[in-house]
Design a protein around this ligand. Structure first.
Ligand code: SF4
Length: 330
């Protein structure tokens, strides 16, 4: 669905993954998520990862606790607790834990070693050109992420092998850094890395009309296990592509192209393309008003929330066991 709708709008070397699927060659799916409560936008990456797993990929799920510390100042102990919750979300969405390698960055020596080795081959000037002037921890996080992406290709994991990493559009420079490292002669000789593949997805618009849902801006998103009242409040007060008055909207129609409520339908809540097309034209023709649409989607959001939380509660024990065990196949 994400590719059909243009949510996944680009890729680098995705053909390599399709080829691996066709020839039944082992491939890895890499995802690294900072332990922060998931918002509905985070589910898009999760769904992509699960989709690639269903295509036959072996998932590497990295809990990016060092990055969360470097960038968001989240203590490692706090990250540990949140990561149990994140993993339970992923399992509730359908991730097969028996075919997933789960680890915390701070505990995984392979990744730290690789990041350290990479650091000898990147200059501060290169990192500044990509990320701007940042505290050194940000640069170190970038190298750790590159190590996360390339480590499924180490011999310990049966590498080298094709690797796919789904990322947001804002991560394109990072994918280039990782590929530049992978193609360096010194690493090719030592590790034989196959250049990693990436898919890029657009970022869902913030409920307040901002460019994207951001955990730094609580008005821009809702988390699925946020209180029901809070979700209702945020959706009811969301920015829309509606007109100033109902009369004007009936006459001119709405603007789904700039509407975060419509984007919730596109990204997540309307799977059926024909239904989505109807919503689009009902809005364009002024046949629905924003208040009605918000009430209607809210009903579906709350049903999804209830079902998801029920599934998630059942997965919490498994998630706890896996995270406690640290870097285990579930
Ligand atoms: S009717 Fe719906 S899709 Fe159209 S602008 Fe209003 S909320 Fe957005």
């Amino acid at each position: 669905m994400n590719m059909r709708r243009g949510i996944v709008f680009g890729h680098i070397d995705f053909e390599r993954i399709l080829d691996a699927v066709k020839k039944s060659i082992e491939f890895a799916v890499m995802t690294g998520i900072k332990p922060l409560p998931y918002h509905i936008g985070s589910f898009i990456t999760c769904e992509e990862v699960i989709h690639f797993q269903k295509m036959g990929g072996h998932v590497f799920f990295c809990i990016a606790d060092l990055e969360a510390y470097a960038i968001n100042r989240i203590p490692l102990r706090e990250s540990y607790k949140i990561s149990i919750d994140n993993l339970a979300d992923l399992l509730a969405l359908g991730l097969e834990h028996k075919r997933t390698y789960i680890y915390r960055q701070s505990e995984f020596i392979n990744v730290l070693k690789l990041a350290n080795i990479f650091s000898s081959h990147v200059t501060k000037r290169t990192l500044e050109a990509i990320y701007g002037e940042r505290p050194f921890g940000h640069y170190m996080s970038a190298l750790i992420q590159a190590a996360d992406i390339l480590q499924p290709q180490l011999k310990e994991f049966g590498g080298p092998k094709p690797t796919i990493t789904p990322v947001g559009a804002d991560q394109a420079p990072h994918s280039r850094l990782t590929r530049d490292l992978a193609r360096k002669e010194v690493f090719r000789r030592e590790y034989g890395f196959i250049l990693p593949s990436f898919t890029f997805h657009t970022l869902i618009r913030g409920l307040d009309g901002s460019d994207k849902m951001s955990k730094r801006n609580p008005r821009s998103y809702f988390a699925i296990d946020e209180g029901e009242d809070s979700i209702v409040y945020k959706v009811k007060n969301a920015f829309t592509g509606g007109r100033e008055t109902a009369k004007l909207q009936r006459k001119l129609g709405g603007q789904p192209e700039i509407c975060p409520i419509y984007e919730l339908e596109v990204y997540f809540f309307t799977r059926d393309d024909e239904k989505l097309r109807r919503i689009y034209f009902d809005c364009k023709n002024g046949d629905i008003l924003c208040g009605e649409h918000k009430d209607e989607i809210l009903r579906r959001i709350l049903v999804f929330r209830k079902d998801h939380l029920k599934r998630k509660r059942k997965k919490l024990n498994v998630a706890q066991r896996i995270i406690r065990g640290n870097h285990l196949y579930g």
